[in-house]
Write a protein that binds this ligand. Structure first.
Ligand SMILES: [Zn+2]
Length: 79
């Protein structure tokens, strides 16, 4: 009868241990789900029509350009 009691205690101990492990796993802050980087708004150069991120665009009086050179050329061509 003592043997059965020991087995029961071991089984309970294992059960508690496994429950704890599962809790740890669910509580553990896993790698944060990566959010897909929001797509940067794209604009087209008004001179050469090249697409580029809005952040990198050069703003001119008549539109946006891929570089200062194209802004200058476009504004010279427009007069
Ligand atoms: Zn351009």
């Amino acid at each position: 009868m003592k043997f059965v009691l020991v087995i029961a205690v071991v089984l309970v101990a294992v059960w508690i241990w496994r429950n704890n492990r599962q809790n740890e796993r669910s509580d553990a802050p896993g790698p944060a789900p990566r959010r897909p980087a929001s797509p940067a708004p794209m604009v087209a150069c008004d001179h050469c029509a090249m697409h580029l991120p809005q952040d990198e665009a050069v703003r001119g009086q008549r539109g946006v350009y891929c570089c200062h050179e194209h802004r200058r050329q476009a504004e010279e061509a427009a007069g």
